[in-house]
Design a protein around this ligand. Structure first.
Ligand SMILES: NC(=O)C1=CN([C@@H]2O[C@H](COP(=O)(O)OP(=O)(O)OC[C@H]3O[C@@H](n4cnc5c(N)ncnc54)[C@H](OP(=O)(O)O)[C@@H]3O)[C@@H](O)[C@H]2O)[C@@H](O)CC1
Ligand SMILES: Nc1ncnc2c1ncn2[C@@H]1O[C@H](COP(=O)(O)OP(=O)(O)OP(=O)(O)O)[C@@H](O)[C@H]1O
Ligand SMILES: [Mg+2]
Length: 357
């Protein structure tokens, strides 16, 4: 290092070093700002859950805390619609319906007497070609007569991929959309929507909850590129924007949520167990919290200082955080033996920890 004996020169060198330091610090700051603008901010999920969860007020009547319907359940899958529908009840909804195929209905009913199960969906194998039009009309009529009562639909858990059944579900979704009913889309519902984006495009009351595979398929279809994990927040924002402002909850090690306006993350510790069915719990949870958030946002006189005023974003943040907390509690108790039903058993305690009654 250069050391001068002249005090004037020493002072000048000192000033140059300080200035250099300041410039370097400012440069680092700019770099940080640029980087953070690409990163999602962690959501204050506890505040969101506390604000939107309704109080257990004795003047409220049955139904006011939420009526949810799951469209899913076929020959292969009966667990997924059950997980979604029972989770909605465990979190605090008043009524939970399941619209499934005839084969699935008896099985789902046998899991729980709490669920209202409608054996109305039909798969191709059970009908003849000539019957298709009339059966499709009947299915639509069976579901739509209930539709106006629901605060939210969950489309997809255990739905399967039968083309006739998916065509009927498209009609149900179009009807729900015309009636302004929020729709959470998961599992095979995402398979349907990825191939028929018009079903949700531009519908602000739609939430898509893709897992790794489902997200990859959406990115390839909509943005026509590969998943970019380096700039995940920016890519999710672009995806949500490209589908016209739907909310997307990208599940993973951290959950990322965007409606094309903002991106939030929920990274609180969950469980290292990756048993099937946890995404189904999430879809039922997001349905309830989104319904509560809608009620809350519409009843607020003044604008509240949340990260977003979009009820579907608030519901996604709350659902994501709560399922992760329940998964963490279940893992504490059950370790490697943790199953989806154990996580469901912990949903009540997780809500209680945040919003004690
Ligand atoms: N009990 C029930 O009734 C349940 C029913 N369910 C219902 O099943 C239907 C289909 O949904 P899904 O989730 O099985 O299909 P999808 O996402 O294509 O995964 C298929 C395969 O992809 C892989 N894979 C998955 N994740 C990955 C990752 N992170 N990274 C890398 N690979 C990954 C993995 O296969 P592997 O390659 O490991 O063999 C996985 O097995 C749907 O209706 C849903 O609701 C489920 O909800 C579960 C409980
Ligand atoms: N690597 C991970 N670490 C911690 N939590 C995770 C991880 N991956 C997913 N999760 C959480 O697990 C839940 C379900 O996500 P997952 O990706 O397993 O959904 P899925 O594949 O649709 O599940 P399902 O088996 O129900 O179809 C979400 O709440 C998510 O936050
Ligand atoms: Mg899934």
């Amino acid at each position: 290092m250069l050391v001068s004996s002249s005090p004037v020169l020493r002072r000048q060198l000192f000033l140059i070093r300080c200035l250099g330091g300041c410039v370097h610090q400012s440069y680092k700051k700019i770099q940080r700002v640029n980087c953070s603008s690409m990163e999602a901010m962690e959501a204050d999920s506890t505040q969101v859950i506390r604000k939107i969860t309704p109080s257990l007020d004795p003047t409220r009547h049955k139904g006011q805390a939420g009526k949810v319907a799951v469209i899913g359940g076929c020959r292969e899958y009966t667990g997924a619609p059950y997980f979604a529908a029972i989770s909605a009840l465990k979190i605090g909804a008043d009524l939970s319906h399941v619209f499934c195929t005839k084969d699935a209905a008896a099985v789902i009913k046998s899991y729980s007497p709490e669920l209202i199960v409608h054996p109305v969906l039909e798969e191709s194998y059970s009908i003849r070609d000539v019957e298709k039009e009339s059966v499709s009309a009947k299915v639509l009529a069976e579901v739509t007569k209930w539709m106006e009562r629901f605060d939210c639909l969950v489309v997809g858990p255990g739905l399967g991929r039968d083309p006739f059944l998916l065509d009927c579900v498209s009609k149900i979704m179009r009807h729900a959309r015309r009636s302004n009913i929020p729709i959470v889309i998961d599992g095979d519902g995402l398979f349907l929507v990825t191939n028929n984006l018009d079903l949700v495009s531009g519908y602000p009351l739609a939430v898509l909850t893709p897992n790794v595979n489902e997200y990859k398929r959406l990115i390839e279809k909509v943005l026509i590129c590969e998943v970019n994990n380096e700039d995940a927040a920016q890519q999710l924002l672009s995806l949500a924007r490209s589908i016209g402002g739907v909310t997307i909850l990208r599940k993973g090690k951290s959950d990322l949520i965007s409606d094309g306006e903002i991106v939030k993350s929920v990274s609180i510790f969950g469980s290292p167990r990756r048993c099937g069915g946890q995404g189904d719990i999430l879809s039922g949870s997001v349905a309830v919290f989104s319904s509560w958030a809608r009620q809350h946002v519409s009843s607020e006189k003044e604008s509240v200082d949340y990260s977003s005023q979009n009820p579907m974003v608030l519901g996604s943040i709350a659902g994501s955080a709560l399922v992760r907390k329940a998964a963490s509690l279940a893992f504490e108790k059950n370790k490697r033996a943790t199953l989806t039903t154990d996580i469901i058993d912990c949903l009540g305690a997780s809500v209680q920890n945040i919003c004690p009654v």
